[in-house]
Design a protein around this ligand. Structure first.
Ligand code: TRP
Length: 450
């Protein structure tokens, strides 16, 4: 038993854990402001297209690699290619992306934790306009003490969960946190849509205005679908490596993607009806959640409580993602260097926290330090979202579609599979031709090539 790899206790546990990885700040912070900046319903429509055509096939591909090889991303590529150095380095790129993303993601996650406390202290109550909240956000995020303290706190939470391992840590916490997240978001949606004047916001989310489409909108929607599903860096590969060969990969993938999409849509319905009801414009950008919302709650009956609920929701969403990022790093270190899980988690959690300190400081002390016009946070986000993830996703789809032997792909995927043969062929067609081409377009445009 000693060297046996842990497995999920149940299929539901795996689905909730993987959906937890996918559902994160991307759904609740980024998706709504992208919708707001890009024409509402039309952006949502393009996003759904991306999720269906790129998302589901790519999720299946990543889980398949992990489940077949039963290893971390580096070990998986090593065992499937008999140690081909190119592919092994692609696995390594994934682990590196995990480092990069976790280091800045954890800082924002820390803010959401800090905002639970600020909300409890009711500091937003006397604010009558978003400028005041923006000023407070500016001073909190610029305060090294405040933001480093909460990012440390958040990392401690992730480390504790990951130390307990796959079943007792990740699965158990996801089975508790994900239903809680769904309950909280439904409560907040109901609060938003029952406000007088919310109908305008609902219309904004469902009435498609095709004139709002720009080429950029398409690329942003596809890129967001990709980021939101935690694709391109081996997170799903790692979670897939703990999956039983008896379970249906395609069925799980559809459930994971559906949950992630549902939460993104609910986040839209949580925010825009309230925003419109209170007479605000949708194009608020990244400041939406920390600058606008806290004040918005002042005009809402029961606002004090709903505000606290909102930041707990945001923290839960972030936590189920940070643990999956930390698990990618942990699985790599445990598999490859035979270090115990506890020691690996503590050491690497701490290292990533240290890398995150300049990210936290880039909103204050070192905000003038800029490369290509980006602060340290911007650089990390650009490196991960625009380079490492698309590149990883592109190569993963090329690997499954072109490099791995087709009969191997089919026979491994067939284990436990419950979908029909034509659907299986459709999946293979998408992963071979459609997914890599679309990712390539998004990638080239995001680095400014066209
Ligand atoms: N999907 C996460 C979100 O929506 C962000 C993310 C991207 C991520 N890649 C990841 C999370 C890899 C975990 C692992 O917020």
């Amino acid at each position: 038993m000693i060297n046996q790899r842990e497995q999920w206790g149940s299929k539901l546990g795996f689905i909730l854990a993987a959906a937890g990885s996918a559902v994160g700040l991307g759904n609740i912070w980024k998706f709504p402001y992208l919708v707001g900046e890009n024409g509402g319903a039309v952006f949502i429509l393009l996003y759904l297209f991306g999720v269906l055509v790129v998302g589901i096939p790519a999720v299946i591909a990543e889980i398949l690699i992990g489940r077949t090889a039963r290893k971390n991303p580096v070990g998986s590529f090593r065992s499937l290619t008999r140690g081909n150095p190119f592919w092994v380095s692609i696995g390594f790129l994934g682990v590196l992306a995990g480092f990069v993303i976790l280091s800045y993601y954890n800082v924002i996650a820390g803010w959401s934790l800090g905002y639970i406390i600020e909300s409890l202290k009711n500091v937003f109550a006397p604010m009558e306009n978003p400028e005041k909240a923006a000023a407070l956000f500016g001073s909190l995020s610029a305060s090294a003490r405040w933001s480093v303290f909460y990012s440390f706190g958040f990392m401690v939470l992730s480390v504790i969960i990951i130390m307990f391992g796959v079943q007792k840590g990740i699965e158990k916490s996801s089975k508790f946190l994900m239903p809680l997240l769904l309950i909280f978001i439904v409560i907040l949606v109901m609060r938003g849509v029952t406000l007088p004047g919310s109908m305008k916001g609902i219309k904004y989310l469902i009435k498609v205005d095709f004139s709002a489409i720009r080429p950029q909108t398409v690329l942003l929607a596809l890129g967001q679908a990709f980021f939101s599903l935690s694709l391109g860096m081996g997170a799903l590969m790692t979670y897939g490596s703990y999956m039983s060969k008896k379970d249906d990969i395609a069925g799980c993938a559809v459930n994971i993607v559906a949950l992630d999409t549902l939460v993104a849509l609910l986040a839209g319905f949580m925010i825009f009806p309230a925003l419109f009801a209170l007479g605000m414009q949708p194009e608020q950008g990244p400041a939406l959640i920390f600058n606008i919302l806290p004040v918005l709650f002042n005009s809402i009956p029961g606002g004090y409580l709903f505000r606290i609920l909102f930041f707990i929701l945001l923290s839960i969403a972030a936590l189920t993602s940070t643990i999956s990022l930390l698990e990618v790093i942990t699985a790599y270190v445990v598999d490859e260097f035979k270090i115990s899980r506890k020691i690996a988690t503590i050491c690497f959690g701490f290292i990533v926290f240290l890398i995150g300190i300049p990210v936290a400081l880039s909103f204050g002390l070192i905000s003038d330090l800029k490369i290509f016009g980006l602060n340290f946070f911007g650089i990390m986000d650009f490196l991960a979202s625009n380079i490492l993830l698309p590149l990883g996703g592109l190569l993963i789809s090329i690997f499954v579609g072109w490099v791995w032997k087709k009969d191997q792909v089919y026979s491994n995927l067939r284990e436990g599979l419950k979908i029909s043969e034509p659907l299986l062929n459709l999946w293979f067609f998408l992963i071979r031709f459609v997914v890599p081409v679309i990712i390539l377009f998004v990638f080239l445009s995001s680095i400014g090539i066209f």
